[in-house]
Design a protein around this ligand. Structure first.
Ligand code: UD1
Length: 341
């Protein structure tokens, strides 16, 4: 298939571009580099053995989006582009709602106009809320709900995409609910490069390990879990990327217009277990202290992965130690992330 990857220069997007190329698809990327660096494209070309065609513009620009669809025959879209920082979304809800919705509207209009009928959408486990039962199942009878504007933009988009898929003949949408993606391509040449102070656990641990930060602050040691720290379902970004390829191929045989899939491992790992796994990868202790809980964190989150296994024919295979070894290779080879120029 000829696949448009929006946000293909980002963390999950870049790994998915490579997985698509490995699976024999041709890929074109659109990215405005608002939260990624152009240097990733050269790294991708080296790994793919060919240049990846790139269009640099903001997808909220409907004319440019339409012209891109008019200029090439796009069979499917994998849509990553969007704002994703939870804390920032609380401070700037309007920016989050307008960007995350407008980019999607722009793509949907162009897809409808130019006959592209397959869409794989980046959703998030954050659509599950405090009332959802564990492990999280896609068909839980509690309505999906999120506790912040970022998460709510994903919930809204799941509803919007489902409505559109039912209305447009032939349209097929996969809504992929990511758990906690970590790790990097095993080459160590592409990986996660958060701007500023990392919000997420593993990028923060990696920056402490490489000497950019003094110590990890573990948010809360008094949760009702075996070691008192939160439990998450960490998934290797390479497994996640392969999940997108499986979802794209599923859309060719899908019978329902829209379907949600959890992409996780189904296994919970605590914050301290993750820290200790990273210490094994690095070969020395990583300083940390236990501090107050972070508002909004759920004690435990992990996926029921049976639907993805049965219907996508996909499951995660990489271990926590693989995730840490690969994250560390990336971080130690690129202590300051991608170069600016
Ligand atoms: C967060 C977002 C979620 C988003 C996901 C992307 C929140 C509430 N949720 O999920 O919407 O989809 O990232 O991957 O922000 N931790 C520390 N110290 C740190 C950083 C994190 O102890 O410096 C702990 C957190 O309290 C949490 C766990 O590590 O218990 C995982 O945190 P994080 O990586 O931010 O992921 P989530 O909170 O699960």
């Amino acid at each position: 298939m000829h696949v448009l990857v929006s946000g293909g220069a980002g963390y999950i997007g870049s790994h998915t571009v490579l997985a698509l190329v490995r699976a024999g698809h041709s890929v074109v990327v659109v990215d405005d580099f608002s939260n990624s660096k152009p240097a990733v494209m050269g790294r991708l070309a080296a790994l793919a053995g060919r240049e990846i065609p790139l269009h640099v513009f903001d997808l909220t620009d409907r004319d440019k989006t339409d012209r891109l669809f008019a200029s090439e025959q796009i069979d499917a879209v994998v849509h990553f582009a969007g704002f994703k920082a939870v804390g920032e979304s609380v401070e700037k809800p309007l920016a989050y709602y307008s960007n995350n919705l407008d980019t999607t509207f722009s793509l949907l209009r162009a897809m409808e106009r130019h006959g592209t009928r397959k869409l794989v959408f980046s959703s998030s486990a954050t659509v599950y809320g405090p009332r959802s039962k564990l492990p999280y199942r896609e068909d839980d009878d509690v309505p999906i709900e999120a506790v912040n504007p970022y998460g709510r933009s994903k919930v809204m988009l799941e509803h919007i995409l489902t409505d559109v898929a039912h209305a447009v003949p032939g349209m097929k949408v996969a809504l992929l609910r990511y758990f906690n993606p970590v790790g990097a391509h095993p080459s160590g040449t592409i990986g996660e490069d958060p701007g500023g102070i990392p919000n997420n656990l593993v990028p923060f641990i990696a920056q402490v390990a490489v000497g950019r930060r003094e110590k990890l602050r573990v948010f809360g040691g008094d949760y009702p879990t075996p070691d008192g720290t939160c439990i998450r379902d960490f998934i290797h970004v390479e497994d996640l990327a392969e999940g997108h390829v499986a979802a794209l191929e599923y859309l060719e045989r899908a019978t329902e217009p829209a379907r949600a899939f959890n992409l996780g491992t189904g296994q919970g790992t605590s914050v301290l277990e993750m820290l200790h796994a990273f210490e094994r990868a690095v070969g020395r202790p990583i300083p940390y202290e236990i501090v107050d809980r972070r508002p909004g964190d759920l004690p435990v989150s992990y996926a029921d992965v049976s639907r993805a296994k049965a219907e996508l024919g996909w499951q995660a295979t990489r271990t926590i130690d693989d995730m840490c070894a690969d994250a560390w290779r990336w971080q130690s080879h690129n202590p300051n992330g991608y170069p600016d120029a």
